[in-house]
Design a binder for this molecule. Structure first.
Ligand SMILES: [Zn+2]
Length: 199
């Protein structure tokens, strides 16, 4: 869609109005949190991946539209209003949806990998028992460079009893093996649990 397109300057309806919320139902009794939805309807994952793709494409086209408004010979008030209503607001709404969908996918994946409900609790406890030195090398005195702040000397100490680390340096942070793997690999909690259990 080029910038000359009339559509860009017409007061068209909000691009999201006609879109059906295909599976986030607001009927009573229907779960709305991404976690609950992942529990009851994991089969939606492939459609959700498609929805994310479409939403991202829509965001790109809205950004093009923003550029058109910037270049258009219109008053700055008109530019502000058009951009706010027809670019920024739908982009924010799309980003919120994408965030929700991505959480859903995360929980679907976690359900497959580390189980749900009681199984999940057992697996989390199992993961917590895997010794941190499986993932980090400590020196003879039990120290390693801190994971949470940048340093040359190691000020993060390992405590075998409790299987935890504690930083005596700049950040003073501590954590268990799940915190350690989350930080090492840049993953979320349940993905870290999965990684530890499969190590
Ligand atoms: Zn530190």
């Amino acid at each position: 869609m080029g910038c000359m397109s009339k559509e860009h300057y017409q007061l068209v309806s909000n691009p999201l109005d006609d879109e059906e919320d295909v599976w986030v139902s607001h009927e009573p009794g229907v779960p709305e949190s991404p976690y609950e939805c992942a529990e009851v309807y994991p089969e939606a994952a492939s459609s959700v991946r498609q929805l994310i793709k479409e939403a991202k494409a829509k965001i790109l086209s809205l950004m093009e539209k923003r550029q058109c408004y910037m270049n258009a010979k219109i008053s700055s008030n008109a530019r502000w209003a058009l951009t706010a209503f027809y670019v920024e607001s739908p982009i924010n709404e799309l980003n919120e949806r994408i965030e929700w969908w991505e959480k859903f996918l995360y929980f679907v994946r976690a359900g497959k990998n580390v189980g749900k409900g009681a199984d999940l609790k057992v697996n989390i406890e199992k993961a917590k028992e895997v010794p941190i030195p499986h993932f980090i090398k400590f020196n003879g005195a039990g120290f390693a460079p801190c994971l949470w702040h940048s340093e040359k000397t190691g000020s993060m100490k390992y405590y075998a009893k409790g299987n935890r680390v504690w930083c005596y340096g700049a950040c003073g942070r501590g954590g268990d093996v799940i915190d350690v793997v989350m930080q090492l690999r840049g993953v979320k909690f349940l993905d870290a649990v999965n990684f530890i259990l499969n190590k």
